[in-house]
Design a protein around this ligand. Structure first.
Ligand SMILES: NC(=O)C1=CN([C@@H]2O[C@H](COP(=O)(O)OP(=O)(O)OC[C@H]3O[C@@H](n4cnc5c(N)ncnc54)[C@H](O)[C@@H]3O)[C@@H](O)[C@H]2O)C=CC1
Ligand SMILES: O=C(O)C1=N[C@H](C(=O)O)C[C@H](O)C1
Length: 271
């Protein structure tokens, strides 16, 4: 049996960071070797287990990613866009597999991942669950089968703490719909209608974001025509689906060529 993969969790005190600690603990194929938080965070310098209110883990939370990356085969990053861009450069230097769940990254942030991917494996997805990745395939297929008389709208709802909109998942689903239609999302996307918008343009793909309460993540893709609607829906009720997906991605990355990959690659669903 091959050696357990040494994985570090970045942004460990976060909603996803704590889930990732749990998901790594579930697998015999990997072990937690390090954890980071942003400088000034009150978990920095403390034993991770003690900070989480569980038994001591023998891992001290660090605000020095370079030191942590040096001892890791993979790092899992659900933090914030600028932090993730900085992490990518360091992961490339350390030749560590970089699993990125962070959403809200702008085109300029994504462009900065390209040089890093020449030296390291990057697996990035706006949603790491099996269900949503399957839904992207269905969305692409249905969009390809229907003409633009079927108006496509992506509606998402998340908890009140979410800081980016539309969600990474909504963007994945809208991209899949555009791909199915053979158009560029940038040319047809209609985000956040307000005021005198005029009538809906044929062929547009709309995205709407709702925020409230503790909603883990809900996404509908609606194909609306005269006389009928098709609605594809994914409802996440437990963040462990994302954390387990991220751990799977890290393990999948072992021995791969440097480059950028996504969960469709990890799940073996690319056609
Ligand atoms: N791809 C996926 O499947 C999923 C993606 N996400 C995305 O993951 C990100 C994090 O989500 P949550 O955990 O809910 O947010 P959160 O705010 O609870 O956690 C983010 C953590 O990152 C830390 N952080 C920020 N800058 C840092 C730095 N430079 N170094 C180390 N740590 C740093 C913060 O202090 C915080 O603890 C968001 O972009 C969210 O949309 C969330 C769930 C699933
Ligand atoms: O911030 C979240 O919580 C989530 N973010 C991801 C997104 O932006 O789609 C994935 C999931 O929906 C939860």
């Amino acid at each position: 049996m091959s050696e357990a993969m040494r994985i570090a969790v970045l942004g460990v005190s976060g909603r996803m960071g704590q889930m990732l600690v749990q998901a790594i603990g579930e697998s015999e194929r990997c072990m937690l070797c390090g954890a980071t938080e942003r400088a000034g965070h009150d978990w920095v310098g403390r034993d991770l287990g003690e900070a989480m209110g569980i038994a001591p883990r023998g891992v001290t939370v660090s605000d020095d990613p370079l030191e942590v990356f040096a001892g890791a085969e993979a790092v899992i990053d659900f933090t914030a866009p600028k932090a993730t861009v900085a992490h990518a450069e360091l992961a490339a230097q350390a030749r560590a597999i970089h699993v990125i769940g962070t959403t809200g990254m702008e085109a300029e942030d994504l462009a900065k991942l390209e040089p890093a991917a020449r030296h390291a494996v990057i697996v990035r997805a706006g949603n790491m669950s099996l269900g949503v990745n399957l839904l992207t395939l269905l969305t692409r297929r249905i969009a390809a089968a229907l003409d633009p008389d079927y108006d496509i709208e992506v509606v998402e709802m998340h908890h009140r703490h979410k800081v980016d909109a539309p969600s990474g998942t909504a963007l994945m689903l809208a991209e899949a719909a555009a791909e199915g239609r053979g158009v560029k999302l940038a040319d047809v996307s209609d985000r956040g209608r307000d005021g005198q918008t005029g009538a809906r343009r044929r062929g547009d793909i709309g995205m709407v974001a709702l925020r409230g309460g503790d909603v883990t993540g809900e996404h509908d893709v609606i194909f609306a025509a005269d006389g009928e609607r098709i609605i594809l829906r994914h409802v996440a009720t437990d963040r462990m689906i994302f954390a387990r997906g991220a751990v799977k991605a890290a393990l999948w990355g072992r021995g791969r060529q440097p480059g950028q990959y996504d969960m469709i690659d990890v799940l073996g669903l690319r056609d």
